[in-house]
Design a binder for this molecule. Structure first.
Ligand SMILES: [Zn+2]
Length: 155
């Protein structure tokens, strides 16, 4: 269904067949998490980062991704039909709040954000156009509550 290949940003995962929308491609155990965040972890909660020891660690980011990563169950789905030779990607800010290794994106999407640094650094109108995991939604709500507190802005 998929294989490892060398892409523009190093190793990546490529579809070897047509894969229909809603197919579960990978699973991981979100309980297998640590406090330390690295460029190879997927954030599964506040201060909880799942160390990925499978091909899943090679999934690159795209600003127009074809996969969704759901971190409470540890399931990676196709969000749309994927065709043979397409790179498999997901939207990193859907899991990462503040990334340890930000990078310049080469995804080529017209909606490319260019500098990928995590949800905290992503404009709200862009986040609202994507699926985000519950811990990211909770972080956003905390920020909004903080912004709606008058005392936050009193000098
Ligand atoms: Zn991009």
């Amino acid at each position: 269904m998929h294989t490892i290949a060398n892409g523009i940003s190093g190793k990546c995962i490529i579809a070897t067949d047509f894969i229909s929308a809603g197919t579960i491609l990978f699973t991981f155990d979100p309980a297998y998490s640590q406090n330390e965040q690295t460029y190879q972890t997927i954030q599964v909660g506040p201060n909880k980062h799942c160390l990925i020891n499978s091909d899943l660690a090679l999934l690159n980011h795209s600003c127009n991704p074809n996969l969704l990563v759901e971190t409470t169950k540890g399931i990676v789905y196709t969000k749309k039909n994927v065709y043979c030779d397409e790179e498999l990607t997901y939207f990193y800010p859907s899991t990462e709040w503040d990334m340890v290794r930000p990078f310049l994106c080469n995804c080529g999407s017209p909606a490319c954000m260019q500098f990928i640094r995590g949800a905290y650094w992503t404009p709200l109108y862009i986040l609202l156009d994507h699926y985000v995991n519950k811990h990211i939604a909770d972080f956003i709500l905390t920020e909004v509550k903080y912004a709606s507190d008058l005392t936050t802005f009193l000098d």
